[in-house]
Write a protein that binds this ligand. Structure first.
Ligand code: ASP
Length: 449
């Protein structure tokens, strides 16, 4: 049994929906389908999820942006018409959108989540109807009915353990099941969406729940590249990766796969295959638990902008019990989440995503650090980028750090921070944002050419 997830570009219009239907029909093990909301049809187009957010934001009392409302409806209207489906299919989608808009109008706290979910919900309604139209035995399955139970967390839903057992029951059902991605329900019936890009999470949860033999994730690239192809021309393609490598790479900017989505698949040891809807014959990239023939070399380079560093220095910090805890406590009190915290004898850096510390919060945090920790210096450095080299068994390989350092030297880039941390599969470098491209290109040359 295979669970197959199709991303936004794979369901963006009727032509794409025909392609995914061919893919589903080509293999009768593809029996559980998870779909995203219609994505961009061409560059400059808008994703339906973005339109729904715009629509939700425009609702004030009984007024709303009718132009955006029409744009959303037209996306579904044209799919229904071009696929030759009945009017009822469109009406079902429209009814859900209208109901969610009423929730927002009434000020129901999860109204926005309900509206955001309409993109994937509409996709699932249209695609299940189209499969039926093509004489397949197919049905739409709502995440509540499928058993996707979640907790409502700031930043997106988190799955409840009990979901997995419930999802296992889907194995009893006949025919092709089409489940909308991106949302679940709390135990008291409230709809909550995952973080952006979260249909991947649904796919992985469902694959783990039904104990699939394979989780196929269809997107619009032939395979995962070892580095961002917008930075390096024609980079090497990866035929396989381990879960840990993929998790590290997607955390630091690989946008092919949601970084949270691997955990459920990993725990059940379900292999994941990333494939291209526009070229389904290409083998894609396999993500597996073990890579027996890896000899500790670098398999990928990831990079991401948008970090900042809180640099704190205090003489004899290493002898002050509780310093680190008190520093992090200030961040906790101010509801700031951090990513890394490398430290030295007399200093400590805390690396955050930039958006965690807007200017007003920065003032409060800096003042508290000065007042409460009596430090010699506190500095906020914005415009930082992180670069990560990733590879299973790297901790055993001799000379990788020097090879990376040579690349940075060749590119004339100053390394602001190095963190090998406790992870055994990656090494992270902090650089100024403006040096990111040159540094990544130099690393690629050094490790892959
Ligand atoms: N439609 C949602 C988003 O754009 C989820 C997804 O596509 O995975 O974030």
């Amino acid at each position: 049994m295979k669970v197959v997830k199709f991303g936004g570009s794979s369901v963006s219009n009727a032509e794409q929906i025909k392609k995914i239907t061919d893919i589903i029909e080509a293999d009768n093990e593809r029996s559980v389908i998870v779909v995203s909301a219609p994505g961009k049809r061409f560059s400059g187009d808008e994703k339906v999820t973005d339109l729904l957010i715009k629509l939700g934001d425009s609702i004030h009392g009984s007024s709303f942006d009718r132009n955006v409302y029409d744009q959303v409806l037209n996306r579904f209207r044209s799919n229904v018409n071009e696929l030759g489906l009945r009017e009822e299919v469109f009406t079902a989608v429209q009814t859900k959108i209208d109901e969610a808009m009423i929730l927002i109008k009434e000020g129901v706290p999860y109204g926005m989540d309900a509206l955001k979910s309409c993109g994937e919900d509409g996709s699932a309604l249209v695609i299940s109807a189209y499969l039926t139209f093509r004489n397949q035995k197919a049905s739409y399955v709502n995440p509540r009915d499928a058993g996707i139970i979640v907790r409502n967390q700031l930043g997106g839903a988190l799955v409840h353990e009990e979901s997995f057992e419930r999802l296992y029951q889907l194995r009893e059902r006949d025919g092709i099941l089409v489940i909308p991605g991106f949302f679940g329900f709390t135990p008291n019936g409230q709809l909550v969406t995952f973080s952006r890009g979260g249909s991947d999470i649904t796919g992985a949860i469902v694959a783990a729940g039904v104990k699939a033999d394979l989780y196929e994730n269809f997107t619009d690239v032939d395979s995962v590249y070892c580095v961002n192809p917008n930075i390096v021309d024609n980079p090497k393609q990866l035929t396989s990766l381990t879960y840990r490598e993929m998790r590290e790479l997607s955390y630091a900017g690989f946008s092919v796969f949601h970084d949270e989505a691997l955990i459920p698949a990993f725990r059940e040891k379900i292999p994941v295959c990333i494939k291209n809807t526009n070229n389904p014959e290409a083998p894609g990239t396999m993500i597996v638990s073990e890579q027996p023939d890896r000899e500790g070399h670098v398999v990928g380079i990831a990079s991401d902008h948008g970090f900042l560093n809180i640099y704190v220095s205090k003489f004899l910090m290493n002898r002050e019990i509780g310093f680190g805890r008190r520093l992090l406590q200030i961040l906790e009190d101010e509801e700031v989440s951090f990513e890394h915290a490398p430290s030295g004898i007399d200093d400590m850096s805390v690396i955050l995503r930039d958006y965690q510390l807007p200017k007003e919060k920065e003032e409060v945090v800096v003042k508290r650090i000065k007042d409460e920790l009596d430090v010699d210096m506190v500095l906020i450095e914005r415009d930082m980028a992180m670069i990560m080299i990733v590879g299973e068994g790297m901790n055993q390989a001799v000379g990788l750090a020097s090879q990376a350092a040579t690349a940075f030297k060749d590119a004339g880039v100053n390394i602001e921070m190095i963190n090998q941390g406790s992870s055994e599969v990656s090494m992270m470098f902090g650089v100024k944002s403006e040096s990111l491209t040159a540094a990544v290109q130099a690393l690629y040359k050094n490790f892959f050419e």
